[in-house]
Design a protein around this ligand. Structure first.
Ligand code: CP
Length: 324
Protein backbone atom coordinates (compact mmCIF):
# COMPACT_ATOMS: atom_id res chain seq x y z
CA UNK A 1 0.00 0.00 0.00
CA UNK A 2 1.40 3.43 -0.96
CA UNK A 3 2.25 5.60 2.06
CA UNK A 4 1.91 8.71 -0.13
CA UNK A 5 -1.66 7.79 -0.99
CA UNK A 6 -2.54 7.00 2.60
CA UNK A 7 -1.10 10.32 3.76
CA UNK A 8 -3.38 12.18 1.34
CA UNK A 9 -6.52 10.65 2.82
CA UNK A 10 -8.34 12.03 5.84
CA UNK A 11 -7.45 10.35 9.09
CA UNK A 12 -8.49 6.75 8.53
CA UNK A 13 -7.13 5.95 12.00
CA UNK A 14 -10.13 7.83 13.44
CA UNK A 15 -12.36 5.06 12.06
CA UNK A 16 -12.53 2.07 14.44
CA UNK A 17 -15.25 -0.22 13.03
CA UNK A 18 -14.28 -3.32 11.05
CA UNK A 19 -17.95 -3.77 10.02
CA UNK A 20 -20.53 -1.36 8.61
CA UNK A 21 -23.91 -2.78 9.62
CA UNK A 22 -26.06 0.37 9.64
CA UNK A 23 -26.21 4.11 10.31
CA UNK A 24 -28.39 3.87 13.43
CA UNK A 25 -25.46 3.52 15.79
CA UNK A 26 -22.92 5.72 14.01
CA UNK A 27 -22.09 9.18 15.39
CA UNK A 28 -22.31 12.35 13.30
CA UNK A 29 -18.49 12.40 13.34
CA UNK A 30 -18.28 8.87 11.95
CA UNK A 31 -20.76 9.66 9.18
CA UNK A 32 -18.84 12.83 8.32
CA UNK A 33 -15.57 10.87 8.21
CA UNK A 34 -17.04 8.46 5.64
CA UNK A 35 -18.40 11.37 3.57
CA UNK A 36 -15.06 13.22 3.68
CA UNK A 37 -13.14 10.08 2.73
CA UNK A 38 -15.55 9.40 -0.15
CA UNK A 39 -15.16 12.95 -1.44
CA UNK A 40 -11.38 12.62 -1.34
CA UNK A 41 -11.43 9.26 -3.10
CA UNK A 42 -13.77 10.69 -5.74
CA UNK A 43 -11.29 13.51 -6.39
CA UNK A 44 -8.23 11.24 -6.31
CA UNK A 45 -9.82 8.90 -8.87
CA UNK A 46 -10.89 11.67 -11.24
CA UNK A 47 -14.59 11.38 -10.42
CA UNK A 48 -14.45 7.62 -9.63
CA UNK A 49 -13.09 6.84 -13.11
CA UNK A 50 -9.48 6.03 -12.24
CA UNK A 51 -7.69 3.54 -10.02
CA UNK A 52 -5.78 3.67 -6.77
CA UNK A 53 -3.61 1.09 -5.08
CA UNK A 54 -5.08 1.20 -1.58
CA UNK A 55 -6.48 -2.33 -1.39
CA UNK A 56 -3.96 -4.18 -3.58
CA UNK A 57 -3.67 -7.75 -2.26
CA UNK A 58 -7.10 -7.65 -0.57
CA UNK A 59 -10.12 -9.72 -1.65
CA UNK A 60 -13.72 -8.51 -1.36
CA UNK A 61 -16.63 -10.99 -1.67
CA UNK A 62 -20.12 -9.88 -2.71
CA UNK A 63 -22.76 -12.25 -1.29
CA UNK A 64 -26.10 -11.23 -2.75
CA UNK A 65 -29.21 -13.20 -1.82
CA UNK A 66 -31.51 -10.59 -3.41
CA UNK A 67 -31.44 -8.96 -6.83
CA UNK A 68 -29.41 -5.82 -7.36
CA UNK A 69 -28.11 -3.66 -10.18
CA UNK A 70 -26.52 -0.58 -8.57
CA UNK A 71 -25.28 -1.86 -5.20
CA UNK A 72 -23.74 -5.07 -6.42
CA UNK A 73 -21.95 -3.64 -9.44
CA UNK A 74 -20.72 -0.58 -7.56
CA UNK A 75 -19.29 -2.56 -4.63
CA UNK A 76 -17.54 -4.78 -7.16
CA UNK A 77 -16.23 -1.83 -9.16
CA UNK A 78 -15.28 0.13 -6.02
CA UNK A 79 -13.15 -2.81 -4.83
CA UNK A 80 -11.46 -3.08 -8.23
CA UNK A 81 -10.92 0.68 -8.44
CA UNK A 82 -8.89 0.30 -5.21
CA UNK A 83 -6.89 -2.62 -6.58
CA UNK A 84 -8.63 -5.49 -4.73
CA UNK A 85 -9.69 -8.85 -6.16
CA UNK A 86 -13.42 -9.59 -6.09
CA UNK A 87 -15.67 -12.63 -5.74
CA UNK A 88 -19.28 -12.31 -6.90
CA UNK A 89 -21.56 -14.90 -5.31
CA UNK A 90 -25.27 -15.20 -6.01
CA UNK A 91 -27.57 -17.66 -4.31
CA UNK A 92 -29.04 -18.97 -7.57
CA UNK A 93 -26.79 -21.69 -8.91
CA UNK A 94 -24.98 -22.08 -5.56
CA UNK A 95 -24.81 -25.08 -3.20
CA UNK A 96 -27.51 -23.51 -1.01
CA UNK A 97 -29.87 -25.61 -3.15
CA UNK A 98 -28.12 -28.73 -1.73
CA UNK A 99 -28.93 -27.74 1.86
CA UNK A 100 -25.82 -25.77 2.82
CA UNK A 101 -26.65 -23.10 5.40
CA UNK A 102 -26.12 -19.36 4.98
CA UNK A 103 -23.41 -19.31 7.67
CA UNK A 104 -21.59 -22.35 6.24
CA UNK A 105 -21.72 -20.73 2.82
CA UNK A 106 -20.23 -17.50 4.16
CA UNK A 107 -17.54 -19.32 6.17
CA UNK A 108 -16.48 -21.27 3.08
CA UNK A 109 -16.18 -18.05 1.09
CA UNK A 110 -14.22 -16.47 3.96
CA UNK A 111 -11.85 -19.46 3.97
CA UNK A 112 -10.66 -18.37 0.53
CA UNK A 113 -8.70 -15.63 2.34
CA UNK A 114 -11.38 -13.00 1.94
CA UNK A 115 -10.90 -9.64 3.72
CA UNK A 116 -14.49 -8.38 3.54
CA UNK A 117 -17.94 -9.79 2.83
CA UNK A 118 -20.55 -7.45 1.39
CA UNK A 119 -23.96 -9.01 2.04
CA UNK A 120 -27.53 -8.36 0.87
CA UNK A 121 -30.31 -10.53 2.26
CA UNK A 122 -34.07 -10.30 2.51
CA UNK A 123 -33.99 -11.09 6.25
CA UNK A 124 -33.36 -8.11 8.58
CA UNK A 125 -30.33 -8.66 10.82
CA UNK A 126 -28.52 -11.07 8.51
CA UNK A 127 -25.35 -8.91 8.30
CA UNK A 128 -25.30 -8.67 12.11
CA UNK A 129 -25.56 -12.48 12.40
CA UNK A 130 -22.80 -12.87 9.84
CA UNK A 131 -20.51 -10.45 11.69
CA UNK A 132 -20.81 -12.67 14.78
CA UNK A 133 -19.72 -15.72 12.80
CA UNK A 134 -16.82 -14.58 10.61
CA UNK A 135 -13.51 -12.86 11.31
CA UNK A 136 -13.43 -10.71 8.17
CA UNK A 137 -15.13 -7.32 7.70
CA UNK A 138 -18.89 -7.37 7.03
CA UNK A 139 -20.66 -4.62 5.09
CA UNK A 140 -24.45 -4.44 4.93
CA UNK A 141 -25.66 -3.99 1.33
CA UNK A 142 -29.33 -4.07 2.40
CA UNK A 143 -31.08 -6.32 4.94
CA UNK A 144 -34.80 -6.68 4.29
CA UNK A 145 -36.67 -3.50 5.22
CA UNK A 146 -34.14 -2.67 7.96
CA UNK A 147 -31.11 -0.71 6.68
CA UNK A 148 -29.17 0.08 3.52
CA UNK A 149 -26.34 2.13 5.00
CA UNK A 150 -24.32 2.79 1.85
CA UNK A 151 -27.50 3.99 0.09
CA UNK A 152 -28.16 6.39 2.97
CA UNK A 153 -24.55 7.60 2.81
CA UNK A 154 -24.54 8.12 -0.95
CA UNK A 155 -27.83 10.03 -0.71
CA UNK A 156 -26.40 12.26 2.02
CA UNK A 157 -23.13 12.74 0.09
CA UNK A 158 -25.12 13.85 -2.97
CA UNK A 159 -27.15 16.37 -0.95
CA UNK A 160 -24.00 17.74 0.74
CA UNK A 161 -22.23 18.00 -2.62
CA UNK A 162 -25.14 19.93 -4.14
CA UNK A 163 -26.09 22.10 -1.16
CA UNK A 164 -22.81 22.39 0.78
CA UNK A 165 -24.30 21.17 4.07
CA UNK A 166 -27.07 19.03 5.54
CA UNK A 167 -27.89 21.09 8.63
CA UNK A 168 -31.09 23.13 8.29
CA UNK A 169 -32.37 21.38 5.16
CA UNK A 170 -35.85 19.86 4.93
CA UNK A 171 -35.69 16.45 3.26
CA UNK A 172 -38.85 14.51 2.41
CA UNK A 173 -38.83 10.75 1.84
CA UNK A 174 -41.93 10.03 -0.24
CA UNK A 175 -43.55 6.68 -1.00
CA UNK A 176 -43.29 3.21 0.45
CA UNK A 177 -41.79 4.08 3.82
CA UNK A 178 -43.05 0.90 5.48
CA UNK A 179 -40.89 -1.43 3.40
CA UNK A 180 -37.91 0.86 2.84
CA UNK A 181 -34.45 0.13 4.23
CA UNK A 182 -33.31 3.27 2.41
CA UNK A 183 -35.77 5.33 4.47
CA UNK A 184 -34.37 4.11 7.80
CA UNK A 185 -30.75 4.71 6.82
CA UNK A 186 -31.61 8.18 5.47
CA UNK A 187 -33.57 9.09 8.61
CA UNK A 188 -30.77 8.08 10.98
CA UNK A 189 -28.03 9.66 8.89
CA UNK A 190 -29.78 12.91 7.95
CA UNK A 191 -31.06 13.64 11.46
CA UNK A 192 -27.62 13.15 12.99
CA UNK A 193 -26.30 15.79 10.57
CA UNK A 194 -29.07 18.27 11.44
CA UNK A 195 -31.70 17.89 8.70
CA UNK A 196 -35.45 18.02 9.28
CA UNK A 197 -36.87 14.80 7.82
CA UNK A 198 -40.46 14.29 6.63
CA UNK A 199 -41.85 10.87 5.69
CA UNK A 200 -44.81 11.16 3.32
CA UNK A 201 -47.10 8.63 1.65
CA UNK A 202 -50.46 6.89 1.99
CA UNK A 203 -51.43 5.89 5.52
CA UNK A 204 -51.18 2.22 4.51
CA UNK A 205 -47.44 2.79 3.95
CA UNK A 206 -46.65 5.50 6.54
CA UNK A 207 -47.70 4.83 10.10
CA UNK A 208 -47.74 7.48 12.85
CA UNK A 209 -45.22 5.24 14.67
CA UNK A 210 -42.49 6.79 12.51
CA UNK A 211 -42.79 9.90 14.69
CA UNK A 212 -40.95 7.91 17.38
CA UNK A 213 -37.83 8.24 15.20
CA UNK A 214 -38.12 12.02 15.42
CA UNK A 215 -39.44 12.60 11.90
CA UNK A 216 -42.53 14.54 10.74
CA UNK A 217 -45.23 12.29 9.27
CA UNK A 218 -47.27 13.70 6.36
CA UNK A 219 -49.98 12.26 4.13
CA UNK A 220 -50.22 15.06 1.53
CA UNK A 221 -47.28 15.69 -0.79
CA UNK A 222 -48.96 18.87 -2.03
CA UNK A 223 -49.12 20.24 1.53
CA UNK A 224 -45.40 19.73 2.31
CA UNK A 225 -43.99 20.41 -1.17
CA UNK A 226 -43.34 24.19 -0.80
CA UNK A 227 -41.19 23.54 2.33
CA UNK A 228 -38.95 20.81 0.85
CA UNK A 229 -35.32 21.34 -0.17
CA UNK A 230 -34.96 17.72 -1.22
CA UNK A 231 -37.41 15.03 -2.33
CA UNK A 232 -36.21 11.43 -2.23
CA UNK A 233 -38.82 9.39 -4.13
CA UNK A 234 -38.97 5.79 -2.96
CA UNK A 235 -40.21 2.92 -5.08
CA UNK A 236 -43.38 1.06 -4.13
CA UNK A 237 -41.99 -2.35 -3.17
CA UNK A 238 -44.81 -4.63 -4.29
CA UNK A 239 -42.53 -7.65 -3.81
CA UNK A 240 -42.49 -7.08 -0.02
CA UNK A 241 -46.26 -6.49 0.34
CA UNK A 242 -48.94 -9.07 1.09
CA UNK A 243 -51.75 -6.79 -0.16
CA UNK A 244 -51.87 -3.76 -2.47
CA UNK A 245 -51.69 -0.65 -0.25
CA UNK A 246 -53.78 1.46 -2.70
CA UNK A 247 -56.36 0.68 -5.39
CA UNK A 248 -54.13 1.31 -8.42
CA UNK A 249 -50.77 2.77 -9.41
CA UNK A 250 -52.67 5.52 -11.25
CA UNK A 251 -54.39 6.62 -8.04
CA UNK A 252 -51.06 6.53 -6.17
CA UNK A 253 -49.46 8.66 -8.90
CA UNK A 254 -52.24 11.27 -8.75
CA UNK A 255 -51.43 11.91 -5.08
CA UNK A 256 -47.71 11.18 -4.77
CA UNK A 257 -45.89 11.15 -8.13
CA UNK A 258 -43.51 14.03 -8.71
CA UNK A 259 -44.52 15.47 -12.06
CA UNK A 260 -44.08 18.63 -14.09
CA UNK A 261 -47.08 20.37 -12.57
CA UNK A 262 -45.89 19.75 -9.00
CA UNK A 263 -42.42 21.05 -9.95
CA UNK A 264 -43.99 24.47 -10.59
CA UNK A 265 -45.06 24.55 -6.92
CA UNK A 266 -41.72 23.37 -5.50
CA UNK A 267 -38.74 25.46 -4.36
CA UNK A 268 -36.78 26.80 -7.34
CA UNK A 269 -33.64 24.85 -6.36
CA UNK A 270 -35.30 21.64 -5.14
CA UNK A 271 -33.22 18.47 -5.51
CA UNK A 272 -35.00 15.45 -6.96
CA UNK A 273 -33.54 12.14 -5.84
CA UNK A 274 -34.41 8.45 -6.05
CA UNK A 275 -32.45 5.45 -4.82
CA UNK A 276 -33.44 3.41 -7.86
CA UNK A 277 -34.72 1.40 -9.47
CA UNK A 278 -37.32 4.01 -10.48
CA UNK A 279 -40.75 3.17 -11.80
CA UNK A 280 -41.45 5.89 -14.37
CA UNK A 281 -45.04 7.06 -14.09
CA UNK A 282 -45.52 5.71 -10.55
CA UNK A 283 -43.38 7.76 -8.10
CA UNK A 284 -41.83 10.03 -10.74
CA UNK A 285 -42.59 11.09 -14.31
CA UNK A 286 -39.91 10.96 -17.02
CA UNK A 287 -39.80 14.78 -17.39
CA UNK A 288 -38.82 15.05 -13.69
CA UNK A 289 -36.53 12.00 -13.57
CA UNK A 290 -34.59 13.31 -16.57
CA UNK A 291 -35.05 17.01 -15.79
CA UNK A 292 -32.58 19.65 -14.56
CA UNK A 293 -33.37 19.17 -10.85
CA UNK A 294 -32.73 15.43 -10.92
CA UNK A 295 -29.48 14.17 -9.36
CA UNK A 296 -30.40 10.50 -9.67
CA UNK A 297 -27.36 9.55 -11.76
CA UNK A 298 -25.06 11.64 -9.52
CA UNK A 299 -26.28 9.41 -6.70
CA UNK A 300 -25.10 6.37 -8.64
CA UNK A 301 -21.63 7.84 -9.21
CA UNK A 302 -21.40 8.82 -5.55
CA UNK A 303 -22.31 5.23 -4.68
CA UNK A 304 -18.93 4.22 -6.08
CA UNK A 305 -17.15 6.83 -3.94
CA UNK A 306 -19.01 5.84 -0.77
CA UNK A 307 -18.34 2.15 -1.33
CA UNK A 308 -14.64 2.80 -1.94
CA UNK A 309 -14.56 4.76 1.33
CA UNK A 310 -16.38 2.08 3.31
CA UNK A 311 -14.20 -0.76 1.98
CA UNK A 312 -11.06 1.25 2.69
CA UNK A 313 -12.03 2.39 6.20
CA UNK A 314 -13.26 -1.02 7.38
CA UNK A 315 -10.14 -2.65 5.93
CA UNK A 316 -7.94 -0.17 7.82
CA UNK A 317 -9.82 -0.79 11.08
CA UNK A 318 -9.59 -4.57 10.69
CA UNK A 319 -5.89 -4.40 10.00
CA UNK A 320 -5.06 -2.27 13.02
CA UNK A 321 -6.86 -4.64 15.37
CA UNK A 322 -9.67 -2.21 16.16
CA UNK A 323 -12.86 -3.68 17.65
CA UNK A 324 -15.94 -3.99 15.42
N1 CP B 1 -30.66 1.39 -4.81
C1 CP B 1 -30.38 0.08 -4.84
O1 CP B 1 -30.09 -0.55 -3.82
O2 CP B 1 -30.44 -0.46 -6.09
P1 CP B 1 -30.19 -2.00 -6.40
O3 CP B 1 -31.28 -2.79 -5.75
O4 CP B 1 -30.21 -2.10 -7.90
O5 CP B 1 -28.86 -2.38 -5.84
Amino acid sequence: MSTDLMDKLVAAEAWTRADLLGLEHLSAEEITLILDTAEQLKTMTGGCAGKLDLLRGATIANLFFENSTRTRTSFSLAARRLGADTIDFSSSGSSLSKGETFIDTAKNIEAMNVDAIVVRHRTPGTPHLLAQNVECCVVNAGDGAHEHPTQGLLDIMTIREQRGQIEGLTVALVGDIAHSRTARSNIWGLQKLGAHVIVCGPSTLVSRHWEKLGVEVAYSLDAILPRCDVLNLLRIQFERQLMRPFPSVREYALLYAMNGERMTRAKKNILIMAPGPINRGAEITPEVADGPHSVILHQVTNGLAIRMAVLWLTYCAANTGAPS
